[in-house]
Design a protein. Sequence first.
Length: 242
Amino acid sequence: MALTSKPRPGKEGVRTLCIDIGGTGLKALVVDQRGEKLTERVRVETPKPATPETVVAALLALVKPLAPFDRVSVGFPGVVIGGSTHTAPNLDESWKNFELKESLEQRLKRPVRVLNDAGVQGFGVIEGKGVEMVLTLGTGMGCALYLDGKYVPNLELAHHPFRDGRTYEEYVGGRALAKIGKKKWNKRVGQVLAQIDPIWNPRRIYVGGGNAKHLRLDLPPHVRITDNVAGLLGGIRLWDER
Ligand code: BGC
């Protein structure tokens, strides 16, 4: 079967396996054509070192019990261009120029689409109107931008210098939270939002990621905290005809 051919739906319609590769955990679930969950979300710790070999092996073991599925969507924590990974600041340097799409297609025997993790997350929450931005707070700081629902790929705000010689990610990423505690971290996230908002002027900012649950900020009405499971559910949208 040509991997690029359209999957043939079974009784329940097309089953999409959604995978989220994170710096701390690998997560997966299967959704139906409407994006409704068909399985529980499964999770395993990201292996160390998190090289392409160890992560792909861990993913194959993780998703085995979720079969069957017809196609696969992957959120990856770094720059992704045309199915190959270019950076992975919180995984390993060996992801440079790794053909992740091809590698998973060979092993899973299903068509695969790969996008930056924040980009996938946004597809699970945006309204598709005007400029919308997603910020994810996890091990790293993800950022995604959309115009009328169209994704602007690989906006890596995380690594832009922000304050005191630190980048945004160094300021509010997982390591900062662990070091300074929730109270100071909340203050920092407030500073980050106050900086980003008047520069990019998005209609909405959606704040997600594993650490968004620690936020205790009074946010303006256009800034919303989203459920982390959107990071997986957005995967269904990678298959919309574009
Ligand atoms: C990466 C981004 C990613 C974010 C969240 C950052 O370090 O550069 O591409 O979206 O972490 O995983």
